[in-house]
Every structure is written in C-alpha cells, then in structure tokens.
Design a protein around this ligand. Sequence first.
Ligand code: C2O
Length: 571
Amino acid sequence: MARSWFLLLPFGLIVLLGSVAQAAVVEHTFNVGNLSISLCNKTARIITAVNGQLPGPTIEAREGDTVVVHLINTSPYNMTIHWHGIFQRGTPWADGPDMVTQCPVQPGANYTYRFNVIGQEGTLWWHAHISFLRATVYGALILRPRGGAKGYPFPKPHGEKTVILAEWWNDNIYDLERKAFREASTLRPADAYTINGKPGDSYNCSDANQTYKFQVRHNEKYLLRIINAALNTPLFFKVANHSFTVVGADASYTTPYETDVVVIAPGQTVDALMVASATVGRYYMAVSPYDSANLPNPTFSETNGTAVVEYVGYTGDEQPQLPPRTEYNDTDTAFRFLSNLTALVLPGKPTVPLSIDTRMFVTVGLGVSDCQPEQLQCNRSTTHFSASMNNASFVLPSTVSMLQAHYRNKSAGVYTRDFPDRPPVIFDYTSNVSDNGTMQYTTKSTKVKTLCYNETVEMVLQNTHLIAKESHPMHLHGFNFFVLAQGFGNYNETTATPQFNLVNPQERNTIAVPTGGWAVIRFVANNPGMWFMHCHFDAHLSIGLAMVFEVKDGPTEEASVPPPPEDLPHC
Ligand code: C2O
C-alpha cells in the first residue's frame, strides 16, 4: 500500500497530523481468514492468510510514524500477530506472542495493534505468533528514514524489491502442529521453499504462475529486502551472475559487506544492494537450505526455491542459469557471512554497553522430557524430544497472559522468577560424547529472568550437542542486542574476551548461534514488560526452547507498563 493512508483517516486525525510535522499514522486492516490456493499440487487447498494474500500485505512506514493494524479474525483458529523486531517501547501489549503479552484473538473477534516506530530503519516483518500459523500468516514491515529513501546512509538505489523466503507444506499446518504435539513427534520437512509465496519451477510446477519474477533494468542498483520467514530452515540466498553489498540486517545498518551469497536464519532480515550488471537476460534467484545439524536423515527439504530476475528489454527464451549451489552443510560459508557483519556506526545511535550489571551463561539445545498431560497420543513409557535453555523447558501459561499477570502483580500460578543464570551442571557442552552419556533430562516450567529497568545484561549463548548440535536462531523480543563475539566449541572466557568487538559490533534481534558453538550478546533492559526470547525454529519453540525476560518499571510513567488497551482479548 502506497502512502495513501490519508485517504483512510478520519478528518480529526488529519488535523492532528498537520500539527505534528512528518509523523504519520499508517493504518491497515488485516482480515485473517481462509484462502483457497493451489501451489504445485493441482488441487486447491485452504490456508490461513491475511486479506487473501500470500505473503500478506506489506506495511511501509517511516521512522517516527505510528502503525495501527486492526486484526479481524475470520479464520477458524485463535490468532495473534507479532511485529518482529519492533521494540514496542511503551506499547508492550502490542507485541503479540500468544500468552506472553496477550491472550489470543478468538475466531470472530478483533484486536487493534498500535505502536510507534522509534529509532528503527530497515527491514522487519510481521507474523502470526501462535501455533505454526506463521507458515502462511506473514508479511514485510518496511521502515524508511523520516525523510524517505534519501535518508539512507548509502546512495539511493534505483529501486527496491522485497524478497520474502518461506517454507510451504501441502497440508494444513495447524493440523500438522497438533498431530506433532499430541504424539510428541516432529514436524516433517517442508514440501517447498518459496520466494514471495511462489516455489519456482524446480518442483515440477509447469505453470509459469508459480515462479515469482523480478524485473530489473540494466546497470541499475536495487535494494533487496530479504526476509527469512521459514518455519525451521536457515537459507543460502544467491542470484546467478550477481553479487551483493549488504547494508543492513534486522533493521540495523551494517558496514557495507561484499558477498555473492547471503546467509539468513529464520527471523532474520538482510538488506543488500544488487547492481543489475550482468548481460541483459534472465537469471535464477535461488534459496537452498543450510543444515547446521548435518544428520544422516535431514530434517529439511533438499530442494531449491527459485524466482527469476529478468532484465527489461530481454526478448529471448533461454532457460535461466542457476547460481552455483552452496552445499547444505557448508558451515564455513554460513559462519563467514554471519560473523563478518559489523555495524555502521552513526552519530546518535546506541552503542554497546561497556559496564555490565548481570552476566548470564545460558545453554541452548535439545534434550528429553516426559509426555505432557495433554499429549494424549504420546507414548508414556519413553521420554521424548524436548528443548530447553539452561535445562528449563518453557511452556506457555494457559489461563492468563504473562504480561497481564505481571501488570496485576499476580504471577502466582502463571510464572516463577527463577530462570537460572547458569546451567545446573557444567559439562562438555559441544562434544558429541554427551550423545552417549546422560542426556539432559528436562522438566517443563514457565520461568522468567527479572531485570531492573535499565539494567545491562551480557548473555553467553552456548549451544549444546545433546541429541544433535545445531545453529539455533535465538530471537529476543523488545530489544536489539549487540553481538560481541561468536565461535565454535565450548565458550572460554579467557580466550573469548580479547575478541570482543566493542567498537562496531553488529546489532540484531536474532542471532544464529554457531552450530556446536557460542555467541556473546549484550543489551540494555530499557523497555519494561515481558519479553520473549526463543529459538526462531517453530519446531524448537514449541518444545520449550524459550524463556522470558520480565523487565520492571522505571521511575517515570513513560518508563512503566501502561494499562492494557480496552480491546485486549480475554482468554
Ligand atoms: Cu519472530 Cu517471537 O518471533
């Protein structure tokens, strides 16, 4: 939707806007309902989608704007929407994760999300934050500088293209999730990877409608806003005969970084400039999986999702070229890309905190646990896959959201304040010896870590090799964090500290912790509320790879959780 918002606004608001120079209200209505669609498989299927679109509508705002989205739930499922990467400072009730900041919007009900975009520019996205429904309920959230594209810290490109990568199942994703939960089994791999909702023609989809096409003009420069909306798969992204200059990630500007492959984990975004400097023709854009676990039975689909980049004026009909495929287990390429990004230091931007109030060392990974009472088809004589942080396997409360319990000062029976700062036992986290030894047995709980307003936190995220090692994309709501260092093996403070980047560390909301390795992040708890931190693989979030930060109110009203909006859904 172009910036035609003023057409939709009541007169009173227009008057108000006239007095607040530049800041606008960007208003959308999201009708979440059934969409009949056929992708590859010949028979149409019903999916859950916003306004009958896959991907859903793009929200475009400028720094300083207010975004208002009216969610109307006409789907048969409970629904919530999360604005992934938005700080939600002062608007914690609009964050969206089911049972963390709100009860779900029930079928037939509505809720209005209202938040300001402050101090953020670049590419973010929005998605359902309940069950696995984000598989089809997702879209882009584009934040431009106050003055528009001329405010970019790089020469204004000729054009911009949104590139949303996702996974597609030829089945009802809600039913797949319920089945996996009841049986305590795992979700099967996706049937296809998609680019802007289309799989491309490597899946025997003869229909040209199934391939997304980008049009470019020779020698013009494009800003690609790449979003990984896939449920469970980090991806390699390439365009044949083209290379990229990365200028942003997770809506934070980066030092320009040259590469011919972009590596992007679920939850992350990458802004990259691409010059259409190849011979006038057609080229494949392709995504392929990065499998950091590298197990004999891959938990991903080893296919390519493709789109076509077509130059204006090309009249031939040759088959486009595919870019050279990155091996699915190419951890070197993934690490090189993900660890080489640095922030573009700009005046007035927050810098990494140098004095630390709270230090946490948190193991992240898989484990086992008993069936939960509601898992009726779960075999009770054995233990099942589970996931945890510091051996605490997170479950959502069921009666009231955590933010409501926090606001009313009634945490009893909803959550406990004992999320540990260290793992319960120290072991060789990353050697696969632990596969044969005692697997870490975890129990389900709803533990939070309570922080004072403005407390500075350093967190070492240590992946484990229990059951399998894997690169977990850890996402923090409500904040960006700085990534000071990352590496492989067990974290060693003595050797790691001298490697800390305290000058221009990348700022992100989602970090792909290296497989069998660690990462050190820092953030300032300057945002009161209840903030989810979790693995952005839905397959791991649903089995407990999560925790919540409870950030207490500060001294002023602005630094306190406001009363809930009147239409906040009830459980
Ligand atoms: Cu993009 Cu809690 O998620």
